[in-house]
Design a protein. Sequence first.
Length: 144
Amino acid sequence: MSWKEIEKELMGRFANDFSGWNRPGDRRIRVRVKSESFSAVARFLAGSGQARFITATAMDTLGAFIEVWYHFDLFQTPQVLSLLVLVPKSDPRLPSITSVLPGADRIEREITEMFGVRFEGHPRPGRLLLPEGWSRTVPPMRKD
């Protein structure tokens, strides 16, 4: 399946949930996804047989949101699809995708500890990197 076919399928199913399609290079596609629709998009990608979850990353950009990026390798194309979800700092929650993509387990836990984003429905939300005695109220990678 080509990138154009994958894009057509995604737009057919989730057109109202995407904004900001961006192709910064030949091998990267970036798309902003509404937070309430993200898990459905991830579930579709995982079940399509056309994409593989690589990792997730997060970034505090000093605004009102934390950027959470989910990166997928698109089979049969030399491209990576990166889904951006903006998570409000005032209520930093996202649905966990570990039930669909078990490989997201540790990276979601890391993002929770470092940025304070809570992944609802995560099966093991405990500490991963920080010591048990960590007492700061602001996660270490947050800039506020």
